[in-house]
Ligand binder design. Sequence first.
Ligand code: ZN
Length: 115
Amino acid sequence: MFRFIKNVYEEKCPNCKKEQIFKKNTSLFKIPEMKDTCPSCNYHFVREPGYFIGAMYISYGFTIIEGALAFILMKLLLPPLSLGWELFIVISTFSLFIKKNYKWSRLLYLYIFPW
Ligand SMILES: [Zn+2]
C-alpha cells in the first residue's frame, strides 16, 4: 500500500514503475501533458478519447478532502474570521493543488483500471 501511494505521488508508470507519466513543464499555468507511451516499457497511457473523464470524480474527492482539511485547520489554528476570508483561504487551498489533483487523479485512475 505504501509503495502504491509512493508510485502515484512520484508519478511513475503503473506498469514498470520507472518512468514519469507526465512531460516536464515549468509553466505554472499550463495544464500538465501526459506522454503517449512509457519510454521504458511502451505502456499506453492515452487510451481512448474520454477515458479520463472518470478521473474527474477522483479529482473532486481530492478537492473536497483538501478543502475540508483547510477549513478544519483554519478553525483550529486561526482566530474567528469573516466568511469572505474563510472562503478566500479554502479557495486558495484548492487553487494551490489544482495541478497536483489533475496529475494524481489521472494516475490513480490508471492504477485502479490498468490496461
Ligand atoms: Zn513503463
